[in-house]
Write a protein that binds this ligand. Structure first.
Ligand SMILES: [Zn+2]
Length: 346
C-alpha cells in the first residue's frame, strides 16, 4: 500500500509500505477515506519529537472498517467510522471513569514512540486500530467527511478547552492563537453561549479566517493585546482565555495577562517544556489555570450531534484538499502557515 512515512526532520516520503494486519483480537483494520494534518504532527515533522524512521504519520482520520478481530463487538466490516486520535484500552480505572486521555495504556497514532509502542498512522491506505470498541466512533452516513474528520482530534480539543476550563454562558472569551484549535475553540465557545469571542494572532491570513467566522480580532504584531482586551471589556479583562499556541512560555504568559481577576486560562496548546509561571500574581488575582487534552472518545458522539443538527460546522476551517501523494506538500504549506486545515482525501 502507499503511505506517507517519516524519515527525519522535514523528511516525509510517500512510498510503498507493508499492509498492517490484525495483531490482537480487539484490533480493527480501517481504510481511511479522509485524514487531516494536525498541529501536533508538525512537532514530528520539525523534528521536535523524534519518530521511528519509516513510521507512517497522521492521527486525525476517519474511514471504513475493513476487518475486525474476533473480540470486537460494536463494529463490523463496512461500518463508516471516525477514529479517535487517542488510543485507550477502555478497561482501566481512567477509562472506566471516562477519563480516556489519561488511560494507563494511552497511545496516539503516527507520532512515534512517545507512549511506548509506535503506532502507524492515517496517511496510508490501511491502518491498524487497537482497542477498536473504544477507539472507533460510529459516523452517520448523511454527514460528509469534511464535516466529520476533525471529530477525530482537533474539534474535541477545542471543545475540551471550553468545557474542561469551565466557560460559562455570557463569558467574554479571548482565544490566543488562530490555528485550527484556536478557531475551533472559538466556535465551541460561541456554541456554548460566550457573549463574544476575541481572537488573537500575528499572522494576517489567520486573523482573516477568524474574522470570517465572525470573531472580533486583535493583531498581536501591531497592538498590545492586554491593553486592547481591557479596552474592549471596561478595563476588566477576559472572563475566559484559551491558550491555543503552545510550545513556548510567551503565549501562556500573554493568556494569563489577558484574563481578568478570578478569570480562567484554559491551556490546550501543546507544551513539552517546563517554564516558570507568575505564581504569586496568579494567587493574588485568583486566576485559574486549567490544562486540557481533547477527548474524542468521551465527546465524539455529542459533537457529531451538534454537527448533524447544523449548530457546528468544523469544515469551515478547511483551506486545502490534497491527495496522499501531496502530503509532504501539505506539511510545507502548514509549516509556513499558508494553510489552516489541510484535508487529505484517501
Ligand atoms: Zn484505559
Amino acid at each position: 500500500m502507499r503511505a506517507a512515512r517519516w524519515y527525519g526532520a522535514g523528511d516525509i516520503r510517500v512510498e510503498d509500505a507493508a499492509e498492517p494486519e490484525i495483531k490482537s483480537e480487539t484490533d480493527a483494520l480501517v481504510r481511511p477515506t479522509a485524514a487531516a494534518i494536525c498541529g501536533t504532527d508538525l512537532h514530528v515533522f520539525k523534528g521536535e519529537l523524534t519518530s521511528v524512521p519509516g513510521a507512517i504519520m497522521g492521527h486525525e482520520f476517519m474511514g471504513v472498517v475493513e476487518k475486525v478481530g474476533p473480540a470486537v463487538r460494536k463494529f463490523r466490516e463496512g461500518d463508516r467510522v471516525i477514529v479517535s486520535c487517542w488510543v485507550a484500552d477502555g478497561e482501566c480505572w481512567y477509562c472506566r471513569h471516562q477519563l480516556y486521555t489519561q488511560c494507563f495504556n494511552i497511545n496516539i497514532f503516527g507520532m512515534g514512540p512517545v507512549y511506548g509502542e509506535s503506532l502507524d498512522g492515517a496517511f496510508a491506505e490501511l491502518v491498524r486500530v487497537p482497542y477498536a470498541d473504544t477507539v472507533l466512533i460510529k459516523a452517520p452516513e448523511d454527514v460528509s467527511d469534511e464535516k466529520l474528520v476533525t471529530v477525530s482530534d482537533s474539534l474535541p480539543t477545542g471543545f475540551e478547552a471550553v468545557v474542561n476550563g469551565g466557560m460559562r454562558e455570557g463569558d467574554v472569551v479571548v482565544v490566543i492563537g488562530c490555528g485550527p484549535i484556536g478557531l475551533l475553540s472559538g466556535m465551541c465557545a460561541e456554541l456554548l453561549g460566550a457573549s463574544q469571542v476575541i481572537a488573537v494572532d500575528v499572522v494576517r491570513e489567520r486573523l482573516e479566517a477568524a474574522k470570517n467566522l465572525g470573531f472580533k480580532t486583535i493583531d498581536g504584531s501591531v497592538s498590545d493585546v492586554a491593553d486592547e482586551v481591557r479596552s474592549m471589556t471596561d478595563g476588566v479583562g477576559a472572563d475566559f482565555v484559551v491558550e491555543a499556541v503552545g510550545r513556548t512560555r510567551e503565549p501562556l504568559l500573554k493568556a494569563i495577562e489577558v484574563a481578568r481577576r478570578k478569570g480562567t486560562v484554559s491551556v490546550v496548546g501543546f507544551h513539552l517544556h517546563e517554564y516558570t509561571i507568575p505564581s504569586g500574581q496568579l494567587w493574588l488575582t485568583e486566576k485559574k489555570l486549567v490544562f486540557s487534552i481533547g477527548d474524542p472518545i468521551k465527546n465524539g458522539e455529542k459533537l457529531i450531534r451538534f454537527i448533524r443538527s447544523g449548530r457546528l460546522d468544523p469544515s469551515r476551517i478547511i483551506t486545502h484538499k490534497l491527495s496522499l501523494d501531496e502530503v509532504p506538500h501539505g506539511f510545507e504549506l502548514f509549516t509556513k502557515k499558508q494553510a489552516l486545515k489541510v484535508l487529505v482525501k484517501l
